[in-house]
Design a protein. Structure first.
Length: 317
């Protein structure tokens, strides 16, 4: 089976943890240990987020004022190299060197006229208090949005059109390699005349880019690994209902949080409408996700539209 496995940003940088190299390596090692058996038995491409890391690099950039800050496309390339190196090494270690693991830098074609450039939604960098967020917005001319009980910087996140290096990814898979790519959604580029490509200032959502890659390489399955057990309707409210299975059309009618779950659902819809299978669930229970004991599956069609997970019975006194 050929599968694209997307590691959520929280699999690399858990909320509340300092974004140090040691924590990055620890989290990646845990993720690769969970993936090792699946990667041994299948053709696997691993993609990953970079929201916390690219935001941190941008902040570090601003601290050195003798030269102009590097633009987001170059920072995105930096995170691909940084995180891709650690994933490549830790997955190879988890497999005992039995499979070749190759990390490649990928670029993602976007439309320079995408309305996302006028409406930033992609959360990057650390969380701020309301006061600190207001100060950062004023000092750096950032757009700030709420992220749970805190605030974070948001940047444009255009829809990926295609992954430039998809043919190379296919050739590597056919040669028996496991591939790490599309880090942070890939470096966003626009196409100019005569095949010329130029970087643009944005961060492509890695789930949307993973869906584009899955289509480009004709993957059988897209697996999006998160820190949640299910995709949930009315998340965080008394009316929350966990979704076990849904058709692409039915789940498209439910609103989710922009910049977090909505991009995952949009990516799943894109793949399912093309006839593919999509799973969204927890990294630390990958076997249960594959066996459909946990997590959410998005399928092309389902008679009842949405099938909800059984909710635990509340005990009464």
């Amino acid at each position: 089976m050929r599968a694209v496995v997307a590691l959520g940003g929280n699999a690399l940088a858990k909320r509340g943890e300092p974004m140090t190299a040691d924590y990055l390596r620890k989290n990646v090692r845990e993720a690769c240990t969970a993936l090792a058996q699946f990667a041994t038995e299948n053709e696997v491409v691993i993609t990953h987020g970079n929201g916390p890391q690219v935001g941190l690099l941008a902040l570090q950039n601003l601290a050195y004022q003798d030269v102009a800050a590097y633009p987001l496309d170059i920072l995105g390339a930096e995170t691909q190299g940084m995180i891709g190196y650690v994933v490549q090494q830790e997955l190879s270690n988890a497999l005992g060197g039995k499979r070749e693991v190759t990390a490649i830098l990928t670029t993602t074609v976007v439309d320079e006229y995408d309305p996302a450039f006028d409406r930033p939604t992609k959360l990057i960098g650390p969380q701020y208090s309301a006061h600190d967020a207001a100060e950062a917005a004023a000092e750096y001319r950032w757009t700030i949005a709420k992220d749970g009980d805190a605030f974070r910087r948001v940047v444009p996140s255009p829809v990926p059109q295609s992954i430039v290096q998809a043919p190379l990814v296919s050739r590597l898979l056919e040669a028996g390699s496991l591939v790490v790519c599309v880090g942070g959604g890939g470096v966003p580029v626009k196409e100019e005349g005569s095949g010329r490509r130029v970087g643009v200032q944005a961060v492509v959502d890695k789930d949307a880019a993973s869906a584009a890659l899955a289509a480009d390489i004709k993957a059988d399955m897209l697996i999006m690994l998160t820190d949640g057990d299910f995709v949930s309707e009315n998340w965080g409210t008394p009316e929350q209902r966990d979704i076990l299975t849904a058709s692409a059309d039915a789940i498209s009618q439910i609103p989710f949080a922009e910049g977090s779950m909505q991009p995952k659902v949009d990516a799943a819809i894109r793949v399912a409408r093309a006839g593919g299978r999509v799973l969204i669930g927890p990294l630390d229970r990958l076997d249960d996700l594959l066996a459909r004991r946990i997590g959410t599956e998005i399928v092309p069609q389902l008679d009842e539209g949405i099938r909800y997970a059984k909710q635990p019975v509340k005990k009464t006194a």
